[in-house]
Design a binder for this molecule. Structure first.
Ligand code: DC
Length: 230
């Protein structure tokens, strides 16, 4: 049976690290939907489109040629044949991604692509050989794939999330880097949560608070949920 695992959560909850590890351990594909919103934002900026011009953004995203990776250990993402893996992680792009993600026609385009990838991974002729997929983002448990076998909302205290992000951005955790990170992360979460409801679990979604859990503990908890349905 192909298994589908949906993981949602805010920035810094650890969902990418954990989702990749669950995929690796179980021979599943891995889909980072946040990377797709980032790629759409990169494309909009690359095309010289004003992110505030909704119609122009929608037209650009419709024409976007995106190659989305599903190997948890090879996350090279291509747009119009160009490797944009690093370019989609810059702080400048992170500041614009919420605006682009807030346009519902943009979401419709990306959600359709996400559902096609999830469906493909339930078929034998796929990366996972039909074993299934772990998909992570903000609206996977609620909109993209509410019928997933395992649905998880991964949360963490604001303090824990800021510390993880500060370490990622600045390499160190001190009062200054925490404050710099707070400005970026909290503002993005505020904007994103106006569009998708990822701060409270929908019916049937299991909340895991990772504040004081190791990555391995969170992975084990998700694997226990998988065992219950297989
Ligand atoms: O997970 P991330 O930080 O890479 O996501 C980047 C942005 O994409 C995030 O600010 C909100 C948006 N996003 C979304 O709207 N829906 C998703 N399923 C995933 C991400």
């Amino acid at each position: 049976m192909a298994i589908t695992i949906a993981v949602d959560g805010p920035s810094g909850s650890g969902k990418s690290t954990v989702s990749k590890e669950v995929a690796r351990r179980n021979g599943l594909a891995y889909l980072d939907t946040g990377a797709m919103y980032r790629a759409a934002t990169w494309w909009v900026l690359d095309q010289g489109v004003d992110p505030d011009d909704e119609e122009a953004v929608i037209a650009a995203v419709k024409a976007m040629e995106l190659t989305v990776p599903v190997d948890p250990d090879d996350q090279v993402i291509l747009c119009a044949g160009r490797d944009i893996t690093d370019a989609i992680r810059t702080p400048e792009l992170s500041r614009v991604v919420s605006a682009v993600s807030s346009y519902f026609p943009v979401r419709d385009i990306l959600i359709r692509m996400q559902r096609d990838i999830i469906t493909a991974e339930t078929k034998p002729d796929s990366y996972s050989s039909g074993r299934g997929i772990v998909a992570e983002g903000r609206d996977i448990t609620t909109v993209v794939h509410p019928n997933a076998h395992v649905r998880v909302l991964l949360t963490a205290s604001e303090e824990a999330r800021l510390e993880r992000r500060a370490k990622e951005f600045a390499g160190t955790v001190d009062a200054k880097t925490i404050e710099q990170t707070r400005g970026i992360v909290s503002e993005r979460d505020r904007q994103d949560s106006a569009v998708t409801a990822f701060l409270t679990a929908a019916d049937g979604v299991v909340t895991i608070d990772s504040s004081s859990m190791s990555i391995a503990d969170v992975v084990d908890t998700i694997e226990n949920l998988v065992r219950r349905v297989t």
